[in-house]
Design a protein around this ligand. Structure first.
Ligand code: F6P
Length: 366
């Protein structure tokens, strides 16, 4: 019988993480289990003393369900198997992290994270003989097998709110407003926001585009008598020559940002319409979770505990067709979830007359 489980949040934060932690703590308590919250993802297992604390149901008095961020903290760097040390060397710290888990005397672990975190934690937990369950979260919504990852719907809501605020000012000044949204290599936030926010153009990394068609669409909007237009562009969209606009991070990873500016300058220069850019950035991550994210986070948190109780570990809890289920971790981490060219959102956008790129050519793998 399990008596004590650990939970950590890992990777970029998003709305709904506290709601998921709450669900785990409340449901574990109903089984009579203790929950240990590990601080700052796997970093808490590496530090000495190990940084973790008992999470009590009383802490979750109603405020945390609504609060953005994660009470446990999180990190999106520091692979335990290739950990960068202050002196520049790379060291395998997996043994030390496993010792950290043992010190906490936990019998199973729940990782609220994305596919990168699941991959690392799966390897670490296999080595430790520690049962693991993953709970998917990411505003990018690119985790395979789940219709919605925690945080995605709130990020879309923020992007739609931005479009709602950009539209009146675009209209007042006869401008094109370009909204650059996050999502890394997936265009889910962009396509949802474009449909819900009444955009005229939506460019996503999965579908190539022709700048000539972007210009044509803007001129057609103008010719129809409308003086403004809204454009949504996902951060990982490349220039029309296929050049990514991104910066190399010190750890070798990619940080996106700038395609909105590139597009706006190109529109002004070649279409001759006054254009402004808004880069939403981390505003999409810090919002209070909207109802649907609280629902998904609560359902996945409860299901994760049930998976441990029934011994169905080595799995990721997923939200699919308004219900919960689970998939083996290797099945999830081996795949991504891009926007498909025949996705209902793409078809809807096309039906609304939104230019979404050259859909005839199918989706490109970013
Ligand atoms: O994966 C979530 C995400 O917000 C991406 O959409 C974005 O590209 C990235 O994280 C930003 O990461 P960071 O918080 O490290 O700047």
């Amino acid at each position: 019988m399990v008596k004590r489980i650990g939970v950590l949040t890992s990777g970029g934060d998003c709305a709904g993480l506290n709601a998921a932690i709450r669900a785990i703590v409340l449901h574990a308590d109903s089984h009579g289990w203790e929950v240990i919250g590990i601080e700052d993802g796997t970093q808490g297992l590496l530090d000495r003393p190990v940084r973790a604390r008992r999470l009590l149901p009383d802490e979750f008095d109603g405020i945390l369900l609504r609060r953005a961020g994660t009470i446990l903290g999180t990190v999106s760097h520091g692979d335990p198997f290739a950990y960068p040390m202050p002196d520049g060397s790379i060291v395998d710290q997996s043994g030390r992290m496993i010792d950290g888990m043992r010190e906490l005397a936990i019998e199973a672990l729940i990782c609220i994270g994305g596919d990168g975190s699941f991959r690392i934690l799966d390897r670490l937990c296999r080595q430790a003989g520690m049962p693991l369950v993953g709970v998917p979260k990411t505003i990018d919504n690119d985790v395979y097998g789940t219709d919605a990852a925690i945080g995605f719907n709130t990020a879309v809501e923020v992007a739609v709110e931005a479009l709602d605020r950009l539209q009146p000012t675009a209209q007042s000044h006869d401008r094109v407003m370009v909204l650059e949204v996050m999502g890394r290599d997936a265009g889910h936030i962009a396509i949802h926001a474009a449909v819900a926010g009444g955009a005229d153009i939506c460019l996503i990394p999965e579908i190539s585009y022709d700048f000539g068609k972007v210009a044509e669409k803007l001129l057609a909007v103008k010719a129809s008598g409308r003086s403004f237009a809204l454009v949504v562009v996902a951060e990982a969209v490349k220039t029309d020559e296929g050049k990514p606009i991104a910066h190399r991070k010190p750890d070798g990873g990619i940080r996106y940002g700038g395609i909105g500016q590139w597009l706006a300058e190109r529109i002004e220069a070649e279409v001759g319409i006054d254009c402004r850019v808004t880069v939403l950035g981390h505003v999409q991550r810090g919002a209070e979770p909207i109802a649907v994210d609280r629902v998904v986070a609560s359902a996945l948190g409860v299901h994760a505990v049930d998976l441990i109780a029934s011994g169905r570990t080595g799995t990721v809890a997923v939200w699919s067709r308004r219900s919960v289920g689970e998939l083996p971790i290797p099945e999830v981490v081996g795949r991504t979830r891009p926007v498909e060219v025949d996705d209902i959102l793409v078809r809807t956008a096309l039906g609304l007359g939104i230019y979404v790129g050259e859909t005839g050519g199918g989706c490109t793998s970013p």
